[in-house]
Design a protein around this ligand. Structure first.
Ligand code: HEC
Ligand code: HEC
Length: 478
């Protein structure tokens, strides 16, 4: 089979490269800028081709949208703001501009401002053990118990190994996912199983690079991740890209991993981001005499989700603290009450907690300190009045997963701007700046030394300007 040959060839290349002592000598041919498709092990070419047709053409009984209406094939199966703008200028009657999720259906006049930022409205049921509350703590859950969030449209490349799917991991298999997509975006009924299976088969043949396909095929054959040779070792890298790879290993690998670039490989880094919460939603601290207050951490060995701070970042954009790509559009303002169970009789905690700020001013993001000198803060580690998207907590009902998201694969990342679950960052350079300034300095286990600000008045940074340049060069090659 084609798959077997590819694997044999590539593993052979590794052996040769190892023997030659020079891994750069045998680089696989790269097809950058274009999707690489292959016949994965369990998918016949005919099945995948039929699936591609279903993916591109609206299914019978739908509102005219196909999967490719949003997962645009010529844009790496993502939805770019540029595509939306161009289509709006050319044909505002295109099925993409359907108010069910392309705008707020209750808006008097649709503007599609969110869609023009690449954002689609996603409606999700509240878990039985949660309520929506207001600032006073009153329950204001809608009668249908649904909430909506604005999310980017991710690429479907590398779905062979990038599951669970969606930013909050709510779907675990591609067949179920395809039916949900037809129901929620295309207003269609029950799709025959073979059609869904063909769509899934097609999706499993879409890869960001031959290296991604190599990893996926070995995983599908049951290879343990640790036994799979690192395909990126075969990349021909120049000196700057090699330095960038070293920066990646120090700063990014803990969460984004190595072979798949979407697995947490450093559990300590993952677990450092989970805190014990008090009933009011603030973090518990331990204070030892003479020592600094330390947040109480609760390791979560079976979870791949984590809160890297990007929902809070969008909140800061909404409050005018930082300018972001998505700042011009409105996001919902949610607070939640979590209960012990679906009877909703016994509250556990409210998130985010009502801020207690140092200055007492409601716009201050600096928290006040309690009588032990510990900051009075919730999971954002700063004052936060509301959440624009609670992420995984909306699926699990678990307050520990408030604003936690799945770790996306960074394979092919240079071709899928804008970035993060709600397109808060326009360019890869912006994301690297944010990591360097605001995210990495707060992750104790990553432990990078701080460097002087890149510009006067800026924050100290985890990466130097040269390191950022090298990292960007390396990310272009993933
Ligand atoms: C209206 C636009 C739209 C249409 C049409 C659409 N999708 Fe999506 N798709 C999205 C959005 C938005 C997300 C992310 C949602 C989230 O995370 O909550 C997504 C996520 C996905 C994912 C998860 C990718 C990952 O790596 O997590 C897959 C797979 C997918 N869609 C497949 C499909 C298929 C198959 C169809 C057609 C049956 C389809 N989509 C139709 C907007 C769309
Ligand atoms: C502490 C864990 C962690 C570390 C360390 C980390 N990331 Fe992330 N990264 C995440 C999570 C979680 C997300 C998803 C967040 C979201 O969408 O809100 C993410 C998302 C991203 C995205 C957006 C992907 C997309 O498809 O939109 C990029 C780009 C990214 N990270 C790059 C990096 C780079 C570069 C580094 C190293 C400088 C890095 N990350 C370090 C956890 C981490």
């Amino acid at each position: 089979m084609a798959g077997h040959r590819l694997i044999a060839r590539t593993v052979g290349a590794f052996v040769l490269a190892g023997l030659a002592g020079c891994t750069d000598a045998v680089a696989p041919v790269e097809s950058t800028g274009e999707l690489a498709t292959s016949e994965a092990e369990l998918v016949s070419p005919a099945q995948a081709a039929a699936g591609k047709k279903h993916f591109q053409e609206a299914l019978p009984g739908t509102n005219g949208r196909s999967c490719a209406t949003c997962h645009v094939l010529s844009d790496n199966t993502a939805l770019t703001p540029a595509h939306v703008e161009a289509l709006w200028a050319r044909n505002p009657a295109d099925p993409l501009f359907n108010r069910i999720d392309a705008d707020d259906p209750t808006a008097a006049v649709p503007t599609y401002e969110h869609l023009k930022k690449g954002l689609v409205r996603v409606v999700l049921p509240l878990p039985a053990n949660m309520d929506v509350i207001d600032v006073q703590g009153n329950v204001i859950t809608a009668p249908d118990r649904k909430v909506s969030v604005w999310r980017a449209v991710p690429s479907i490349a590398d779905t062979g190994f990038s599951g669970p799917f969606q930013f909050d991991g709510r779907e675990t298999d591609l067949v179920t996912q395809a039916q949900s997509a037809v129901t929620s975006h295309s207003q269609g009924g029950t799709v025959p199983l073979p059609v869904l299976q063909r769509i899934a088969a097609f999706e499993r043949t879409v890869f960001s690079s031959p290296r991604a396909r190599f990893v996926s095929e070995l995983l599908e054959q049951g290879w343990p991740l640790s036994a799979i040779p690192d395909p990126d070792a075969l990349l021909l890298l120049d000196a700057s890209e090699r330095r960038g790879r070293d920066v990646y290993n120090l700063a990014c690998e803990a969460c984004h991993g190595d072979r798949t670039r979407n697995r947490v490989v450093n559990r300590a880094t993952h677990d450092a981001l989970f805190y014990a919460l008090k009933p009011d939603g603030n973090i518990q601290y331990t204070v030892t005499p003479g020592g600094r207050p330390e947040p109480v951490r609760v390791p979560r060995p079976h979870s791949e989700f984590l809160n890297a701070g990007y929902a809070f970042m969008t909140y800061l954009g909404q409050r005018g603290v930082v300018p972001l790509f998505n700042t011009s559009v409105d996001f919902p303002q949610y607070r939640f009450r979590f209960y012990t169970d679906g009877t909703r009789q016994h509250p556990v905690t409210d998130l985010p907690p009502i801020p207690v700020t140092a200055s007492g001013h409601p716009d201050d993001i600096n928290p006040a300190l309690d009588e032990n000198g510990a900051p009075i803060v919730g999971p954002a580690l700063a004052a936060q009045w509301y959440s624009t998207d609670p992420g995984r907590a909306l699926i699990s009902g678990d307050p520990a997963e408030f604003e936690a998201f799945d770790v996306p694969s960074l394979r092919g990342i240079a071709r899928s701007a804008p970035y993060f679950h709600d397109n808060s960052h326009a360019t890869l350079a912006d994301t690297v700046d944010t990591y360097s300034r605001f995210i990495l300095p707060g992750i104790p286990t990553v432990g990078l030394p701080l460097h002087p600000p890149e510009f006067p008045g800026g924050p100290p940074e985890s990466l130097t300007p040269a390191q950022k340049q090298d990292l960007l060069r390396f990310l272009q090659r993933l």
